[in-house]
Every structure is written in structure tokens, then in C-alpha cells.
Ligand binder design. Sequence first.
Ligand code: HEC
Length: 184
Amino acid sequence: MRKRYPVFGLVLIFLGGAGLLLLSAGGGWEPDLGWAPGMMGPGMAGRWFTGWYPKTRYASNGERIYYTGVSERTGPLPARGGPMWIGMRGGGCVACHGVEGRGGVPVMMGGAIPSDIRYEALTKEEHREDEKTREHPPYTDPLIKRAITEGIDPAGNPLDWTMPRWQMSPDDAEDLVAFLKTLK
Ligand code: HEC
């Protein structure tokens, strides 16, 4: 019996390795986001496990998209980029930017910290309140829609690929921006 333990251990190591390979093989994502080992903390685990919100009723289409990534009009919204888990399990803006839209908490396998996307914060002249928020010229409604769908900030710079590029109709983008205006 005793002789078997080392073999058992090897099998476990092998399985673990295979699991890691599978996870990192994710595939299909634009530039390599990689694992950011330094970012694996308890906060992130919390965000990972509470990513699904027990919410089933939405006051508007914009709120639905924010929470679920699903439009009343066209169903699940396709997105390019983002960490592989967003493609696997779906989800909306809330998974990264949080219920209040304040961002600031690193996300699993993310290369950048999600921004504060409350409308006020985005359109403010002086956006940078603290070290956590990114700096950029003020957003306007069309610029916010461009950031969401094309991943470009007001200065014309590409956003980090942790932020997915969402495909949605102009009407959905309008609804979503209207919802961002309600985040205080
Ligand atoms: C997988 C995580 C993730 C999801 C989901 C996500 N975002 Fe982001 N978002 C980010 C990150 C990270 C940034 C910061 C990118 C950077 O710093 O370059 C960002 C940036 C942004 C910005 C630009 C803000 C700025 O300061 O320039 C807007 C606007 C935005 N997100 C809106 C949304 C909306 C609306 C949704 C839902 C449709 C959404 N995001 C879903 C991670 C995410």
C-alpha cells in the first residue's frame, strides 16, 4: 500500500499541470493578457465568486446590459477581448466595474484596473481623483459609446484589452449610457 503514494502524488502533479495548460490555452483572445500572478489576492477571489449578481429584474435595458451583457433587443452582446472568463461565463460591466460603477478593484487575469465609469467621473474635467483612476480628457456621450464599442479613450488611445470591445446597436449604447448616468 505504502509504495503507491508516490505514484498517486505524481498523478496529481500531472493532473494539475494539465489543468494549468488547459486554462492557459484559452485561445482566441487578442493580445496576450497572461496571468498576472501578483494580482491573485483575496479581493479578487471575492470578485470572481460574486461575479454573478442575484438580480433578475431590471428597471431598464441599460441596467440589464450593465448587469448581464444581454440586450432586451438582441440578446447576449458579443464582445472581443477581455479576460477569457468573460467569454466563458458571460456577464456584463458589473463584473469588472462593480455595482456602483466605481471600478478600482483588479479583476482575475486582468492587465489593467477597471475605471470609474460613473457618468460624472467620465465627463469631469479633472478625472484623476486618486492613484487608482486613469487620466484622460473628459468624455462626451459619443466618446463613451466609442470607448465601449471600440476601446478607444478620448485622447484616441486604445484602452487596455482587459476592457472588452462590445458589439451593440446604437440604441443599446444609448440605453447603457443613460444607465451610467444613474450611477452615483
Ligand atoms: C473584464 C472586465 C471588464 C468588463 C466586463 C467591462 N470593462 Fe470597462 N474597463 C475595464 C478595464 C480594465 C478598463 C480600464 C482600461 C484601461 O485602463 O486602459 C475599462 C475601461 C472602461 C471605460 C473607459 C474609462 C476610462 O477611464 O477611460 C469605459 C467607458 C468602460 N470601461 C465601460 C464599460 C462598460 C459600459 C462595460 C459593459 C458593457 C464594461 N466597461 C465592461 C474592464 C472591463
